[in-house]
Design a protein around this ligand. Structure first.
Ligand code: CA
Length: 225
């Protein structure tokens, strides 16, 4: 596997490289956004770890440009900042998950493992909810035949609810699934993304594909027609 590590702090980057450059993993490294953009675009990697605060080009812009260019490898962001808006911005740009600094290498490792596993296989099926179609093989969503652009994080949230359609999923369960391990998570982030997901799926607000069950969680109901 090829891993790209983007981090401008030399000591931290060296630690990450040393940790991951084992068992046949090839690690590329970049210390600024310009190099990152080039490496991620020219040399296909299986996963990228990206610090958000970078010289030259910000981590957010790097991620956004990779995604706009159609690169779909999983991206884990590193953020020194603790406020949840930065995490939202990173996830919205197209990252899949985040780790807040300072972190333990084991935590980064756990997230990388989870992202690789998730990228490896999803059973294919088509789910229809009124005009909304969800294709879990292609990982695409459309509404009345028109593509609905979802970030990976939004898609993963939706896919989990769809997979358990008709069942109330607690925020804790959803968060644990999206992050795989029970580290300190922001429930604000989840709420923001469910809100965005609803607006994208149902701009008119009349279909309500994702119900909020007060005090219990969320539920996606398959329309039975
Ligand atoms: Ca930095």
């Amino acid at each position: 596997m090829r891993l790209l590590i983007v981090e401008d702090e030399d000591v931290l980057r060296a630690q990450l490289v040393e940790h991951f450059a084992v068992n046949g993993t090839v690690v590329e490294e970049a210390a600024d956004g310009r190099d990152a953009l080039y490496l991620g675009s020219e040399f296909p990697c299986d996963l990228a770890i990206v610090d958000l605060g970078l010289p030259e080009i910000s981590g957010i812009d790097v991620i956004r440009q990779w995604r706009q260019a159609g690169h779909e490898f999983p991206i884990l962001i590193l953020t020194a900042r603790s406020n949840w808006q930065d995490k939202v911005e990173g996830l919205e740009a197209g990252a899949d998950d985040y780790v807040t600094k300072p972190f333990h290498l084991e935590e980064v490792q756990a997230r990388v493992t989870a992202l690789m596993r998730r990228a490896a296989g999803h059973a294919s099926s088509q789910v229809q909810y009124g005009p909304i179609n969800i294709d879990t093989g292609a990982r695409t969503v459309s509404r009345e035949g028109e593509a609905v652009e979802l970030t990976t994080y939004e898609y993963n949230t939706l896919a989990y609810l769809v997979h358990h359609a008709g069942k109330v999923i607690s925020k804790t369960e959803l968060t644990e699934h999206l992050y795989d391990q029970d580290y300190d998570r922001d429930s604000n982030v989840l709420e923001v993304f469910v809100g965005r997901l609803r607006k994208k799926l149902d701009p008119g607000g009349d279909l309500k594909p994702i119900a909020t069950i007060r005090g219990a969680g969320y539920r996606f109901d398959l329309e039975r027609t």
